[in-house]
Every structure is written in C-alpha cells, then in structure tokens.
Ligand binder design. Structure first.
Ligand code: MG
Length: 381
C-alpha cells in the first residue's frame, strides 16, 4: 500500500512510521509533509526515501533540496495539498496527522482524487464535517479514524446495523489536571499541562486534554463519522485509559474496546482496515490493571466540553470559530502569553464576537478561521 503521510514529523506521524518500519515492506511511503523540523525530516528521507516532501516554509526546503536533488519538494499550503494528492499509484492511503485547521484542505483534495483517508486531524471533521460527508459519498472513499476513541467505536460497530445503536460512549482520561480544583488551575504552568498521565501525544492535544476541549472536538467528530445525534453521544471519565470507548445498543448490550493506551494500535488498524494485522505491542494484562473506574465528566469543571458540544449542535461556522479560538489560545498559552484558564475565556469571547452563519462553504470556513485567529493574536499577544 502506498502512503501519503501529512504531519510525518509529529507524534502520530512518527508512530505511523513505526508501523511502516515493522510492516516488512507492506507499506511504501510515497510522500510526506512536515513543518519546521529539518533534522527529523532529513532522517525520515534517509530511511523511507519518499518521492515528494513538503515543509512549512521555503528556507528548510532549500536546505533539503541541496542534499537530495532527486526528490521533489514543496512548501506551505500548496505543498501540503500536493503531498496529499501526489501522483496516482493505486492502493493509495492518505494519513492526515496534521494538527489544526490547516488539515482540512488536503483532506478535501485527497477525497476529490478518490483517495481513502486515515484521519488523525480532528479539525477536518470538526470544522468541515458537513462538507466532508457529502464529498465522501460523492467520491465513494473511506474515512478511517485514527483517534483511539473513534477507532474503538468503529471496531465496536463492525458488522452491526446502525439503526440498533442507542448511544455512543466516549471515554476520557481526564487529562493532566483531573484532580485539581478550579482554584488550583489558576496557577498551573505549561510544563504541568504537558504532563499527561496516560498517553504520549503532541503539545496541542495534551493541552486540549487538560481543558477537555479534546473530548468536545471528539464528540463533534463522532457525530459526523458515525452519523449519530449529539443527544446520543455520551462522555465518561475513565482514569485508566484501558476502555477506549463503547457502544450501547437498543437491546441494552454494551460493546467496549479495550487495550493498552498505545496510539500505534489504532494507527495499525486504520492502515490495514478492514483487515486486522498483527502488531507486536504489549499485551493487555487485566490482572495487572486490576480495576477500571468510571466517573461523571462534569460540565462545571470542564466548561469547554459543553461549549464544544453546543458549537457542534449549532453547526454552521460556530465549530470553526470555537476551533480557531482554541488553536490560537492554546498557542498563546504554550508560549507563555496567557494563563491556563484564559483559554476558556478567550473561546467564550470569540463565540460572542463572531456570530454564527449556517450557510457554510470552504471559503467561509477558511476565512472565519483566519479572522478569529487574527483577532485573538492582535488582542492577546
Ligand atoms: Mg482521542
């Protein structure tokens, strides 16, 4: 199978390469995109020999071109889209592991090319779900989730009639601050936030897990992936991250997906879907795990969870506003410009300032995304 990996130098991208490495030639890396990590990309080129490479900015490409004159290079938005649509080889799969709204356009262009997508980029469905679902139907392509919760749900639904689904139940570890009070959250630092109890993830999603925005975005994604109403998508806190999500059926049966928290499992499943191929990870030891805990995820403690679900329900441009405000605010927090609790204040403010528009288009989404980020960076940088 031919892989086109967007965001290859990030956390999910690197773990995708782990699967490629262990596949004994089953997967070929055709094109890759990164952002600004020259050394990492150099190593990836040496090991996987892609035909096309794109980076965020031109200056890094110039340095790489000198080293690898036979490879085709691109950069920025155009380069990213080209990495997703490069060549036509047959048996192609795009792995979209880019972080942020920038992941939407390459997904769209790859679908238009009839290419299946293994999706780790949440924003594709959060801001573009309505557009994407129409395109998937039109071009008859598969969208396979990489996110552990959605991969779990997809596996629980295997062979089931969708009319028998009663509820989808998404689990959440609770993030780095699950045991902190609101008062304690006032003074948490970037380093505190980046210390996730169970999962190894990139900085953005680790902060999103601490604010619970991540779970909100996942509810919106689940709505579009599985065509289930928001009222029937529940969330529950589960500290051990062993149950990755569950589906409740109309006969009261509940099917859960269990496993150790290792992103390479859902990545491996997405790459080999609909087959299940071997992965030599650590086996789940239930005796060692001992007990599993489930608690209510409180909207009071995690107001961003509710804000995200409400934005999802209101559709139109509200999810774009919410997501853009979150991207900008998390970026400001990571750069020490704002406090942790200001993330939610800034998102609430943005949803007040930027009014919803129910008639969406790609142009409107991209335009709103830029305007919201611009507004926040000008005001808070
Ligand atoms: Mg997840």
């Amino acid at each position: 199978m031919n892989l086109f990996i967007l965001g290859v130098t990030g956390n999910i991208g690197e773990q995708t390469l782990d699967i490629v490495r262990s596949s004994k030639g089953k997967y070929k890396v055709v094109s890759v995109s990164g952002n600004n990590n020259f050394e990492k990309m150099k190593n990836i080129i040496e090991e996987f020999k892609p035909l096309y490479v794109s980076m965020g900015k031109r200056d890094i490409i110039i340095r790489l071109e000198k080293l690898y004159p036979k490879i085709e290079f691109g950069f920025g938005r155009e380069g990213l889209i080209k990495a997703a649509t490069y060549s036509k080889l047959g048996n192609d799969l795009v792995v979209n592991a880019v972080v942020g709204s920038v992941g939407l356009e390459p997904t769209i262009e790859a679908i238009k090319k009839g290419r299946n997508i293994a999706l780790a980029n949440k924003e594709t469905l959060v801001i573009g779900g309505e557009i994407i679902n129409k395109l998937i139907k039109k071009h008859n392509v598969k969208l396979i989730p990489i996110d552990s919760e959605h991969s779990a749900i997809m596996q629980c639904l295997n062979g089931e009639d969708s009319s028998t689904i009663k509820n989808i139940i998404i689990t959440a570890s609770g993030g780095s601050f699950r045991d902190k009070t609101k008062e304690e959250l006032k003074k948490v630092t970037v380093n505190d936030a980046l210390n996730h109890p169970n999962w190894s993830m990139g900085a953005k999603v680790t902060i999103d897990s601490a604010t619970m925005m991540n779970k909100g975005l996942e509810v919106i994604e689940a709505h579009y992936l599985f065509n289930v109403e928001y009222e029937n998508i529940k969330t529950v806190m589960h500290r051990e991250s062993i149950v990755h999500s569950l589906v409740e059926f109309h006969d009261t049966s509940v099917i859960a997906h269990l496993g150790n928290p290792d992103m390479r499992v859902p990545i491996n499943y997405a790459l080999s879907y609909p087959k299940r191929t071997e992965y030599k990870g650590e086996a789940l030891d239930l005796i060692k795990v001992g007990s599993l805990h489930f608690e209510e995820l409180s909207y009071k403690k995690y107001p961003l969870l509710k804000m995200a679900i409400d934005a999802g329900k209101s559709k139109g441009l509200n999810p774009t506003t919410l997501n853009a405000a979150n991207e900008a605010a998390v970026n400001l927090f990571l750069n020490g410009k704002i406090l942790f609790l200001q993330i939610e204040e800034i998102i609430r403010e943005s949803l007040d300032v930027f009014k919803n528009d129910s008639e969406i288009s790609l142009k409107k989404i991209l335009d709103r995304d830029l305007k919201v980020k611009d507004y926040i960076y000008k005001k808070y940088s």
